[in-house]
Write a new protein. Structure first.
Ligand code: MN
Length: 318
């Protein structure tokens, strides 16, 4: 066992009342991992509460325990320690103010979070934070029940795009296999994550697809979603996450970029690459972060200002 993992496990054993949280714009890995940590701490005889920084996307409402989540502004309970999964402490948004003076245990797989203070286990080679939570549970000789297995399988499936992305390793699949033995339903979870979308999702996807631009080399594709259009449909921001994948489907495209403007004069930039370009580096140059094949940033300005700047940077990286 690594010294980092040992410190994390000791810290989990020592605390009694825990707040568990993750990043804003919560996703399946983050929420699945949070709920699995809550399961683990409860199993260890502790009190554990999951606190979220924003609204849940509708496709994650099926997760066992999702009905007991507390929004940060409703949180009143005393606690002595916090667990942050799937991000660095600052990315917990408004939850950070609640926890910043407490002992924090950080479990993550983002390269950008590799160095930092405190009790932390950060493994960038893990496909999902859920892999790390599974290994902690396993290390403690515990066995996830069906609900916990469902949460962890959802975490793995989310961050690997349904076990399709290049981060999918033999370890990922071995853990997934174990989780299925323990009761996770591959078809049921895939159905919830990928096969059910609100009607406006498809209308907006239609806009994204009909607005694609492709550079003359055919290697960078991008599209735009104006904030007014997003606002006119009542969709959760996470419902839009999958759109950028369609741009990367174009044969020959190495970098796909989706630009979403907001009504506050910002543009959210989602970057994906196929196999060569490290888009986490690109995002870092723009003040953002992420993984080598999936990253993002938010820039001030209008679509007219941001799109040429980012596409030029992307073309320069090829
Ligand atoms: Mn993750």
């Amino acid at each position: 066992m690594s010294p980092e993992l040992e410190r994390v496990i000791t810290a989990l054993q020592d605390g009694e009342r825990w707040l568990i949280t993750g990043h804003t714009h919560i996703d399946g890995d983050c929420l699945g991992s949070m709920l699995a940590v809550a399961w683990l701490l409860t199993k260890m005889g502790k009190e554990a509460f999951c606190v979220v920084p924003d609204e849940l996307p509708s496709c994650l409402a099926f997760l066992p325990g999702a009905d007991r989540l507390v929004r940060y502004d409703q949180w009143r309970e005393p606690f002595d320690r916090a667990v942050i999964v799937d991000c660095e402490p600052e990315r917990t948004g408004p939850v950070y103010d609640l926890i910043k003076d407490k002992t924090i245990v950080n479990i993550d797989h983002h390269q950008s979070n590799i160095d930092g203070p405190g009790i932390r286990w950060v493994v960038p080679s893990a496909a999902a934070a859920g892999e790390l939570v599974f290994r902690i549970i396993d290390q403690l000789d515990l066995e996830p029940d069906e609900a916990c297995a469902t949460c962890l399988y959802t975490a793995l499936m989310s961050d690997t795009g349904g076990f399709r992305f290049s981060n999918t390793s033999a370890d990922t699949l071995a853990i997934a296999s174990r989780l299925v033995e323990l009761g996770a339903s591959p078809a049921g979870i895939a159905q919830a994550l990928y096969e059910e979308r609100p009607f406006p999702y498809l209308l907006l996807l239609g806009h994204v697809l009909s607005s694609i631009s492709l550079d003359p080399s055919g290697r960078v594709a991008w599209s735009v979603l104006p904030g007014e259009l997003i606002e006119s449909y009542s969709l959760h921001p996470s419902d839009l996450d999958g759109f950028v994948h369609y741009l990367r489907m174009i044969k020959g495209v190495e970098i796909a970029i989706l630009f979403q403007s907001t009504l506050d004069g910002e543009v959210k930039v989602s970057l994906r690459s196929r196999e060569m370009v490290n888009v986490a580096d690109l995002a870092a140059q723009l003040g953002g972060g992420g993984h080598p094949r999936a990253a993002g940033c938010t820039l001030a300005g209008s679509l007219d200002q941001v799109v040429p700047k980012v596409t030029a940077l992307a073309l320069g990286s090829l």
